[in-house]
Structure formats: structure tokens, C-alpha cells
Design a protein around this ligand. Structure first.
Ligand SMILES: C[S@@+](CC[C@H](N)C(=O)[O-])C[C@H]1O[C@@H](n2cnc3c(N)ncnc32)[C@H](O)[C@@H]1O
Length: 476
């Protein structure tokens, strides 16, 4: 195969602070299109069941492969910045066992419908445990959940099997067990190493603990380690964050997520404990982002887009160069051909032309699946053809940074100008600022610096943004 020309270009942009300031607007992160505010309770368990069953014959009568997500909501303590669907628990035995009972009941219901009447279980190419903190589970519970999944699904030999861990709540025994059970990727929260920042977010985590789990994961045979940092936290400065980044780089993560702190104290009540006057100024945040992108470029990382960096030989970076990267609720993925089945409280599924989300409150989730053979769907959406076309355009731009207009028109049997005339007009000012280039009738190409503004470039293709306000975090 001929190498894509983008492979030879520098992949980390020079950042112009004035541009960052100008284009810092609120916008969706497009882990789905339509985005979650469009999910409605008119879409329920029967609709999700129908989508699962249909997916069993979706590819010329054969099943599509599955990606399975399991949400494990428990954490031993509350990090005050946290925006995830989590719950503090001190009940590792009974309470967690009970939760797993319910997840296994839901798993039965999903696996049965996903077989669509066939005897053979559905093939799984990707598994991810998210949270919360999946390593809140005791070793015997980790084993129980893994065995249950393998009994109900047919795991591919080369399946990508990953989980999120908090290094403060992850023993050497757990890491070794996860390796033995076939987990090959691990993602760890770090956030920041500076003591004053850690104190202000109630997340005291030593460098030693983080390194211990990174080393343990590698010793256990895991081939990919991701570390999460957050910028925009209280008491951060460009100098201090640069130190956190240096410490992080000594651990040589394969991937890095540099999240912009989503500070929404009106919606996430516990964030009110964070001293708002200690948050870095917008200019300091922009300086942190600019310096971080520069430093990661020097260190040899590729900026994939939307907070994510990877080593150039990482499969995300390779897939992006080859134009075959995808995005779903788990973020960027190389397994875009899979349907996504979410299990557990608040989990989201993406099956064929549908999205659905499980009940979000723990007790309600458990009560919903308790009787057995029940799905936990609370809301969702079935995509129209217009949604599907817009989703394809947005995902193509966000993942592969280039859209070939004639190829797109051919695969969707439509006229790009007719459907997206207003989007092309809305892109003109972004093109004037060098974020994107539009060659009418030929292609749309996101520039290197445009990767930073990828949400802004996708938003003109989103039909729902025009229909009313929804709350999204800021792009920068
Ligand atoms: C479920 S946690 C990771 C696993 C584990 N619970 C931990 O904290 O290490 C997912 C990640 O989301 C990010 N995150 C959580 N709340 C956030 C917020 N309000 N703004 C930005 N990133 C956030 C953090 O970087 C965190 O590591």
C-alpha cells in the first residue's frame, strides 16, 4: 500500500494563541451523532432489543462483530473534579457482588438477543471496562466478570481488551491477574502530580504509585498504557503543568489523554468544593495547552485530535494515517465496524442505526434488570437517513481529517452541495483562519492547526445545534 502523504508531515501544529482564544466556543465532543441531548425516552428496551437482533444478520445475513463495554461505577473516594457517572462505596464485598449479579443478568438478556436465534454466541473483537474504577473489584470479582463474559460471547484471539484503573486502588496482584485474564491495554488516571493541585481536587496520588502500576502492567504483558491528565485544574500554572508532563513522559505512555477540565458546578454539585478563584485564567489555560502540544510533539507523539496523543507506531496513529480511524463512545477506535453493546448502569450502546443508554441511577438499574431477561434501556434514538449521512461526514472529519467529496457522494447517493451548502458557507471563516481547506466538489481537509478546532469544523454539519441550546463543554 502506498504511504499516505500525511504520514510524512509534522503532526503537531504550531499554536497561535489569538486563534485559540477566537475559536474557544462550547461544542459537542461527537462520541455520537446525534449527540446525547437528542436521546429520548420514546426509545426503550424493545427498540434496543430489535436493534440487537437485527445486528445478528446485519452483514449479508451474518452478524456484525461486537465491542462490549461494561460500566463499573464504584470508587473508594470522591475526586472533586470528577464528571463521570460514579458512586463512592466502601462495600467491596456484598454491594459489589450484588451489582455484578445484576450486570450478569443484563448480560444474559443482551447476549440472547444479540444471537438473534442462532446457537453460536456473538463474536467480540473489543472489550472495555470503564468507570468509576474497575479495579474497585476484588480479584475474585474481576475473575467472575471475565469468565461470565467469555461464557456468553465468543472472544476473537486478537481482541482488544482494556480497562480504566486508578493507580491508588490497584494492587500488584490485580494487575498480574488482569494480564493473565487477557487484558492487553490499560488506561490510568493521573490528572496532575503537583501536591497543591492534588489537594485542591482531593486526589492525592504519588508518582511512585503511578509508576508501579505502569511497570506492573507492562510486566503483565499489556502492550498499551494510556495516562490521563487534566488541564484547567485549580492552582495549575504553565510551569507546574510542564513539570507534571515531564514526570508523565518518564513513564513513556503509549497514549496520552490531555483533557480540558469540564467544570460544570451547576450540574455536578460536588465540583462546588473546588475553589473557583484558584482555577487558571483562560490565558494560562491556553498557554498550558500550547506548551503541552509543543512538548508532546518534541517527544515524538502524534496529535490524533480531541485531547488524544499517541506514539506514531500506535494503531490509532497508523489508522488515522491510513484514513480508517473511527470514533464511538469509547473515544477513538480502530474497531469502527463493531456494534457497541453497553452493560451496566448508565452504559451506552451503538447498534446499527441506533444509540441507547441504560438507566442512570444505580438502584433503578438494579430494579430494572432484577426480574431477569430484561434490558436496562432508558432512552435512545433511531437515526434518520439524514442523521446517518451527517454522522458519516462528522466522523470522517473528526477521525481522518479529510473528506473526499465525490467518494462521499457516491457512497451515500446524494449531492454534497445540496445537503451541505450551508455547512460549506459556515466553514468559510474557519478556512480564512487556516483551520480547514475546502476545494468545492473535491475535498475538505483539516489543517494541522485545525486539529485543535476539530469540534468547530464539525459543528456546521450538525443539524441539531441550530434547533436549540444544549450544554457542552468548551472546545479549548
Ligand atoms: C473513569 S476516570 C479513570 C479511572 C479512575 N476512576 C481514575 O480516576 O483514575 C476517567 C477519566 O476522566 C477524566 N475526567 C473525569 N472528570 C473530568 C472532568 N470533569 N473534566 C475533564 N476530565 C475528567 C479523568 O482524566 C479520568 O482519569
Amino acid at each position: 500500500m502506498t504511504e499516505h502523504p500525511r504520514a510524512e508531515r509534522a503532526n503537531v501544529p504550531d499554536v497561535d494563541v489569538a486563534l485559540l482564544r477566537k475559536h474557544d466556543v462550547s461544542g459537542p465532543r461527537y462520541t455520537s451523532y446525534p449527540t446525547a441531548p437528542q436521546f429520548a425516552d420514546t426509545f426503550g428496551p424493545d427498540d434496543h432489543a430489535e436493534a440487537l437482533t437485527a445486528s445478528a444478520t446485519a452483514i449479508d445475513g451474518a452478524p456484525s462483530p461486537l465491542s462490549v463495554y461494561v460500566h463499573l461505577p464504584f470508587c473508594q473516594e470522591l475526586c472533586w473534579f470528577c464528571g463521570c457517572n460514579m458512586r463512592v462505596s466502601h462495600d467491596r464485598e456484598g454491594g459489589t457482588d450484588r451489582y455484578l449479579d445484576h450486570v450478569l443478568a443484563e448480560m444474559d438478556a443482551v447476549a440472547t438477543r444479540a444471537r438473534g436465534g442462532a446457537d453460536a454466541p456473538r463474536r467480540v473483537e473489543q472489550l472495555h471496562w470503564g468507570g468509576g474504577t474497575p479495579t474497585f473489584l476484588l480479584p475474585r470479582q474481576i475473575e467472575r466478570l471475565t469468565v461470565a463474559l467469555k461464557e456468553r460471547f465468543d472472544f476473537a484471539d486478537d481482541a482488544e481488551v482494556s480497562l480504566e484503573v486508578d493507580p491508588r486502588d490497584c494492587s500488584d496482584e490485580q494487575v498480574a491477574l488482569l494480564g493473565r485474564l487477557g487484558f492487553n491495554r490499560i488506561s490510568m488516571g493521573v490528572q496532575d502530580f503537583e501536591p497543591e493541585v492534588q489537594k485542591a481536587i482531593n486526589r492525592i496520588q504519588s508518582e511512585e504509585d503511578t509508576r508501579r502500576v505502569v511497570d506492573g502492567a507492562r510486566a503483565a504483558g499489556m502492550t498499551s498504557v494510556n495516562l490521563d491528565l487534566i488541564y484547567g485544574l485549580p492552582f495549575q500554572t504553565p510551569e507546574r503543568f510542564a513539570e507534571t508532563l515531564e514526570k508523565t513522559l518518564t513513564m513513556a505512555p503509549d497514549r496520552l489523554a490531555i483533557f480540558n477540565f469540564a467544570y460544570l458546578p451547576d450540574m455536578i454539585k460536588h465540583q462546588k468544593v473546588i475553589p473557583a478563584d484558584a482555577l487558571p485564567s483562560p490565558d494560562d489555560k491556553i498557554a498550558i495547552l500550547r506548551d503541552t502540544i509543543g512538548r508532546l510533539g518534541e517527544a515524538g507523539y502524534v496529535f490524533i485530535g480531541m485531547d488524544h496523543f499517541a506514539k506514531p507506531d500506535d494503531e490509532l496513529a497508523v489508522a488515522q494515517r491510513e484514513g480508517v480511524l473511527h470514533r464511538n463512545f469509547q473515544g477513538y477506535t480502530t474497531r469502527g465496524h463493531c456494534d457497541l453493546a453497553g452493560l451496566g448502569v448508565s452504559a451506552i450502546s451503538q447498534v446499527g442505526p441506533t444509540y441507547s443508554q441504560n438507566v442512570k441511577v444505580l438502584n433503578d438499574y438494579q430494579a430494572t434488570v432484577e426480574p431477569g431477561d430484561r434490558l436496562a434501556t432508558m432512552r435512545g434514538v433511531r437515526l434518520t437517513r439524514d442523521d446517518e449521512i451527517r454522522r458519516a461526514a462528522i466522523m470522517q472529519l473528526i477521525c481522518n481529517l479529510e473528506l473526499d467529496i465525490p467518494a462521499f457522494e457516491a457512497s451515500w447517493s446524494m449531492s454534497f452541495d445540496e445537503r451541505f451548502g450551508d455547512a460549506l458557507t459556515a466553514l468559510a471563516p474557519l478556512a480564512d483562519d487556516g483551520l480547514v481547506s475546502v476545494e468545492p466538489g473535491k475535498r475538505i481537509t483539516v489543517s494541522e492547526v485545525g486539529r485543535l478546532f476539530i469540534r468547530n469544523i464539525c459543528m456546521p454539519f450538525d443539524a441539531y445545534l441550530k434547533k436549540g441550546p444544549a450544554r457542552f463543554s468548551r472546545t479549548v
